[in-house]
Design a protein around this ligand. Sequence first.
Ligand code: BG6
Length: 511
Amino acid sequence: MSVVSANPLRTGIDADRTGDACAIVIFGASGDLTKRKLMPALYNLALSRVLPGSFAVVGVARREKSHDQFRADMKEGVATFSRRKPIDGTMWSEFEKGISYVAGEFGATKTYEDLRAHLEALDKERGTRGNRLFYLAVPPAEFGPILQGLKSAGVVADNDEPWTRVVVEKPFGHDLPSAKGLNDMIAAAFSERQVFRIDHYLGKETVQNLLVFRFANSLFEPLWNREHVDHVQITVAEEIGVEGRGKFYEQTGVTKDIVENHLMQLLCLTAMEPPISLSADAVRDEKVKVLRSLRPMERRAVADGVVRGQYARGFVRADEVPGYREEPDVAAASRVETYVAMKMHIDNWRWGGVPFYVRAGKRLARRVTEIAVTFKKVPHTLFHSSDGGITPNVLAVRVQPDEGIALRFISKEPGQHTILRDVAMDFRYGSSFGSNTPEAYERLLLDAMRGDATLFTRRDEVEEQWSWMDHVFDAWSASGNAPPPLYDSGSWGPDAAEDMLARDGRRWRKP
Ligand code: BG6
């Protein structure tokens, strides 16, 4: 069957950004991620005219389901979770023609034989040209059987044309040995250039803008070092709790869920040297150097520079919410942390002596992710203000929500007296560019279709991240893994986190 030419997926396409013709095979197609993120992202790529006209999405999961049933499930997901609503009927009816479903056990040879035959048929029907993007939206325990099944069925080949790639979701291991084990397992089926490890924070517009902000402006980079920076604070605060994922959280905790991946990536992009180019390896080489420069956390450093916490009952935006231990599937005496704050040091020429304070937590006062660079105080005070004097300049990159960049500096209040005030210069994405920016998964899926791995984590990066974190976990177990102090839901975390900064004569920002 030839490809229909009046396909709206083919009209007005942005040829410079379009992904290659391909079939995207999603393992874990009945899971939440597919419905909430992946399918809405693909549909929005179609709306943005960057999805290749010749494309197909194949859902693979255990449950028997017809193609039509799967399409209906996906439509419901897109209608609920797409950033652009309501669903565009003409676009959807063309888009859904590319959606199909294969049922099968991940451990059964037959699943992969069925899949291979189905993909070959799609090459003819949809013009997908033998290119395949396998998306593992499944827990790591399923990686082995899937990778083995794909390899044995002969659907993986390390060619430029047609290509085969694999996208891997987090959690990518739970410590260094398990991450290495997963990497070895993947490496047995795919070469590193075929592997796309997702950290969805890298797909966020503001996170990508960090590179542009730092390296396309001459104003800030000369100040971006130990001569001028007093310290850096990185915050990933959420209002939500564990949202029905008590079982997952009991094995994970916020340090493995957020700090080991998202927060470490934010730290790398903030602290890295200018890459020699924007090629995937040049960028990732610089991030790896930051990770290798992180001062290993000795046990004493963990005692002084790491604070854990667990949310207790409280109020978030006037709603009373239960404590972590009252959540479903959470042990009544759980010692899992839902908040962590750490003081990190990057022992290199640029950052020697500049602490990076990072924190992440659930059920905090506000949902906010930001990177705040606090500059050093002026060397001499000329002005004496009745209002607290001269506070240091702060440059805050708001990753979400209200995406933007704010620079705080000191100004004179109008009037006869010299009264100093801290004021802000504010750039907001919403007012400068309009508010409907692409979701992280749109960018990442399209990059994977185009074979651009810049915004994906490389094997050595992931292993360096775990290698550093494992020192912290070792120190916690060596100290008997004491129960974390409780903090009220809706607060900014445990008092001990404030004390940690107070010992250094600093305070956490209240973004
Ligand atoms: C996920 C974590 O990786 O990131 C979740 O597993 C967390 O616990 C989520 O809520 C936060 O992502 P975002 O994009 O909402 O900041």
